[in-house]
Design a protein around this ligand. Structure first.
Ligand SMILES: [Fe+2]
Ligand SMILES: [Fe+2]
Ligand SMILES: [Fe+2]
Length: 264
């Protein structure tokens, strides 16, 4: 918990350095939270640091994404905004005579949940859209060396490829039902695959399990967010971007995390 490990790195030095600083700050606060004394002034200074951090760091990220023309920028802005609003909910001044311990505890819980989810679900994808993945082919560079994992990844690739073909098929007047169906299939299979993978990691006592779980949850949340009610003229664009995102996320996840899982 609150450890900035390599699994959390985006590969963009500025972003990674700022994330590392944030983890350090939170870790310090975590250590404090285990001490008995009155913590209200610590809570106050942590909140101030976080607000300051949010201002500068989010700005850096957003500027970088804008420069790269990253299509995920609106989502990032939204998530950053939510974070800033959440911070406002924590009282800066001593809350009703308490010693600040409870506030700090809640704050830390929120921070660790939000951070892992945001970094592993969204930040990890910054700039990844700019390096186009050549095809939907499942090639040996994705092999983890764990047979069932590779088989399931191949299946995931093939579902995404199918979705991609469906979306780009011309003259298919109403694709709605078919698209719903294939996205459902993708979601079910993804959940199934993540469960298998996590069970395996548990069984071999793999230390990267927690980060994997956070990443998996963030991806499933993404799948749950898919909203096909945008059936206006933007639907095609929405679907194209969606499929591109799903594939890129998966490729990135396999190359950066799954390939680190040891085979038995
Ligand atoms: Fe971000
Ligand atoms: Fe996987
Ligand atoms: Fe995984």
């Amino acid at each position: 918990m609150y450890q900035f490990t390599e699994d959390c790195m985006t590969g963009i030095p500025m972003v990674d350095e700022e994330h590392r600083q944030l983890f350090d700050t939170i870790y310090q606060a975590f250590i404090l939270s285990n001490q008995e004394e009155n913590l209200s002034s610590e809570v106050k200074s942590l909140l101030l640091v976080l607000k300051q951090y949010a201002e500068t760091h989010f700005k850096h990220e957003e500027e970088y994404m804008k420069e790269m023309n990253d299509p995920e920028l609106p989502r990032q802005k939204r998530e950053h905004q939510e974070f800033k609003e959440k911070l406002e909910e924590f009282p800066l001044e001593k809350p009703d005579g308490s010693d600040g311990k409870q506030v700090l505890k809640e704050l830390l819980e929120y921070l660790s949940r939000w951070l892992y989810h945001h970094i592993l679900g969204s930040d990890i994808m910054i700039g990844r859209f700019c390096t186009k993945v050549d095809s939907f082919e499942f090639t040996p560079k994705y092999y983890t060396g764990i047979a069932f994992v590779d088989e399931e990844h191949a299946e995931l690739f093939s579902i995404i490829r199918e979705a991609n073909e469906l979306i780009h098929r011309e003259l298919l007047y109403d694709k709605y039902d078919e698209i719903i169906q294939i996205l459902e299939e993708l979601k079910d299979y993804t959940i199934h695959h993540f469960q298998d993978e996590e069970e395996y990691m548990k069984r071999i006592g793999y230390s990267g399990l927690e980060v994997q779980q956070h990443a998996h949850r963030a991806f499933v949340d993404r799948l749950n967010e898919i909203n096909l009610d945008v059936i206006d003229e933007n639907q095609q664009e929405y679907l194209e971007e969606l499929v591109e995102f799903l594939r890129n996320w998966l490729v990135n996840h396999i190359l950066r995390l799954d390939k680190l899982i040891p085979s038995e």
